[in-house]
Ligand binder design. Structure first.
Ligand SMILES: [Zn+2]
Length: 173
C-alpha cells in the first residue's frame, strides 16, 4: 500500500466528470487500498479517485466515528444515487482537497445508492446521517462538483483565494 498525493483545489481535474469503470482489475483493487490508506492517514472519512488524479468513478469511505466501533472501509465503484429523501439535513462539510475550510451544506437526509463492489457484484444500500452526507459529497467529486459549489459566490471565492495562496506556499516550501 502507498500514500497518494491529494490534489488541492483549484485544479482542473477536480472540476472534470470522471469516467465509468468498466472492469474490476488488480490495479483498481490496489488503487482502492491506497485510497483507503490515504484517507485514514489524512485523516478523512471519504476520498474520491479524482482527488488523487485518477479520473475513474471510484470512491472510498468510512464514517464510523464511535470510539471502539470497528472500522467499516467501503469501496464504491460506479455509484449512483437511486433515491433521495425529501427531508433535508445540514452538515458542516470539509474536504481533503480544500484543507481546513468548513461550511454548512444542505443535502437530502437519506439516499439509496447502488454500486459495484470490488467483488464485481451490484450492491444497494440506504445511507443516513453522516454516511448520507459523505456519500453524496464523494459522488459529487465524480461529477466534478465540490462542496463549495453549494456556497454563495463570495464565500466560494474567498475559500478559493485561500487555497491558491496555500498552494503557492506549498510550492515554495
Ligand atoms: Zn471532498
Amino acid at each position: 500500500m502507498a500514500l497518494l498525493p491529494i490534489l488541492i483545489h483549484p485544479d482542473p481535474r477536480l472540476k472534470t466528470p470522471a469516467k465509468p469503470v468498466d472492469e474490476i482489475t488488480d490495479d483498481l483493487r490496489r488503487l482502492a487500498d491506497d485510497m483507503l490508506q490515504t484517507m485514514y492517514e489524512a485523516p478523512g472519512i471519504g476520498l474520491a479517485a479524482p482527488q488523487v488524479g485518477v479520473m475513474s468513478r471510484l470512491l472510498v469511505m468510512d464514517c464510523v466515528k464511535e470510539e471502539g466501533e470497528p472500522p467499516r472501509p467501503m469501496v464504491l465503484v460506479n455509484p449512483v444515487v437511486t433515491w433521495s429523501s425529501g427531508e433535508r439535513t445540514v452538515y458542516e462539510e470539509g474536504c481533503l482537497s480544500i484543507p481546513e475550510q468548513y461550511a454548512d451544506v444542505e443535502r437530502p437526509a437519506e439516499v439509496d445508492v447502488a454500486w459495484t463492489g470490488l467483488d464485481g457484484e451490484r450492491h444497494e444500500e440506504r445511507f443516513s446521517g453522516l454516511w448520507a452526507t459523505c456519500v453524496q459529497h464523494e459522488i459529487d467529486h465524480l461529477d466534478g462538483r465540490l462542496f463549495i459549489d453549494y456556497l454563495k459566490p463570495l464565500k466560494r471565492q474567498m475559500i478559493t483565494r485561500k487555497m491558491v495562496k496555500l498552494k503557492r506556499e506549498r510550492a515554495r516550501a
